[in-house]
Write a protein that binds this ligand. Structure first.
Ligand code: 5RP
Length: 231
């Protein structure tokens, strides 16, 4: 990541904390942009802000502990006031691709439990159409080759994710296939088709979930609001 991209992620992550109000129960997303949000949130907590957060990954849980952000489980909290999360791609309808960091299932469960979802990205994540970023799909390890072969029939190239030459295992004990589609023309239809395949646990397509997108740009942070949704 270039230094500039890092600065934009920091600015946008910190900006998101301005939407946090005392007493809120928050969904804490995952990724390097969320890292900056957590750091700032920890500062606010140390200054007296009372909030609780539900982490969407073990990495986020570790950062939250490091910065002094109090945590509860999703089972304890059940409903959240606000979730703040990153994304790998955002289209003009606020459809998202997520899962670059491998936490898509917990992120979706956490974001889905929130009354409001704010997405924090740098401007490189804004696209006209999803698909340049390979779509992460979480699948069960048992017989994963058969699941991947069925996914491939949807006109894509699924690649089993590896890290340090080892198969990447999610926080839920599953595998991820990163699926190269030339472009995704129908995100809703694709999500539904993938979910019909036995062995698919969840897809990285987040449809109709985001309420607000904060974009880190050279001159500052731009706030994008979805048409028909008010603050
Ligand atoms: O979906 C995610 C992890 O599963 C992240 O939110 C996404 O990859 C964005 O990460 P970053 O802020 O590091 O660019």
């Amino acid at each position: 990541m270039s230094g500039n991209a890092d600065l934009r992620k920091k600015a946008v992550g910190e900006k998101a904390v301005e939407y946090v109000k005392d007493g809120m129960v928050l969904g804490l997303g995952s990724g390097s942009t969320v890292y900056w949000m957590l750091k700032k949130l920890g500062e606010r907590v140390n200054e007296g802000l009372t909030i609780k957060g539900v982490p969407s990954s073990l990495r986020t849980e570790g950062w939250a502990n490091e910065f002094g952000v109090p945590l509860v489980t999703l089972s304890e909290a059940r409903r959240l006031d606000l979730a703040i999360d990153g994304a790998d791609e955002v289209d003009p309808d606020f459809n998202l691709t997520k899962g670059g960091g491998g936490s898509l299932l917990r992120e979706k469960l956490v974001n889905n439990a929130a009354n409001r979802l704010i997405i924090v990205v740098d401007e490189s994540k804004l696209v006209q159409r999803l698909g340049a970023f390979p779509l992460p799909v979480e699948i069960v390890p048992f017989g994963w080759e058969n699941t991947a072969a069925k996914i491939a029939k949807l006109q894509c190239l699924p690649k089993l994710r590896k890290k340090d030459n080892e198969i990447f295992v999610t926080n839920n004990g599953n595998y991820i296939v990163d699926c190269e589609f030339s472009e995704i023309t129908d995100p809703v239809g694709l999500h539904q088709s993938l979910k019909m395949i036995l062995g698919v646990v969840e897809t990285g397509l987040f449809i109709d979930m985001a309420d607000l997108v904060l974009v880190g740009e050279e001159d500052g942070v731009r706030v994008l609001e979805k048409e028909g949704k008010s603050e």
